[in-house]
Ligand binder design. Sequence first.
Ligand SMILES: *Cc1c(COP(=O)(O)O)cnc(C)c1O
Length: 228
Amino acid sequence: MTAPDPAVLAARVDRVQDRIAAAGGDPHQVQLLAVTKGFGPEIALAAAGAGLIDLGENYAQELVAKAPVVAERFEVRWHAIGRLQRNKVRSLAPLVHLWQTIDRLDLGLEVAKRAPGARILVQVNVSDEPQKGGCDPGDAAELVARLTDAGLAVQGLMTVGRTGNPAEAQAGFRLLRGLADTLNLPVRSMGMSGDLEAAVAEGATMVRVGSALFGPRPSVPGAPAGPR
Ligand SMILES: *Cc1c(COP(=O)(O)O)cnc(C)c1O
């Protein structure tokens, strides 16, 4: 696969920032996480070249493969945004800037062991869709407390909106916002290419965007299709 034309990518970044602004967000405040999963390292390099230095990956093996290639030319921050198995934590520990999908204590404790003091977000399932990751909203406070006790830097909450109509996702984003406020957590990672307006309207501080920047993803062998 070839890298996108830098002018095309720059125009897409502008377009996403316009969408953030149109939804009432300040594009300088809402962090844009470029989701490079499913693409080769050339897309991650193109993103970094366009100034997108926060990059999101779902699969450990992809992140581990791309990080050294990108590091030769750019200093980027990798975000782990996929469902995570405990046995993948060790290989990711030296590479991950922000672990966004910590949704259970045993996983968090493994991160605390392999990357003491790491920055994390607690993933919350606000849509009641069992195929998605995330703890129950009612369990978030306890989990945040236990992870903090384990020495992790809990910076905020993350969620994947309800699949389908973005208007339906919005109630879930509002719930995440309220939960983060109650727990005094500043970071709210929510919204993707299809529903970022709804997330920004509800106070997202970070949106995770793949296809709106890079086009449709090539399929990842062995990977589940949708965001989890
Ligand atoms: C793939 C993915 C994204 C980006 O999805 P797009 O629809 O391509 O913007 C964001 N967040 C998570 C958790 C994902 O898995």
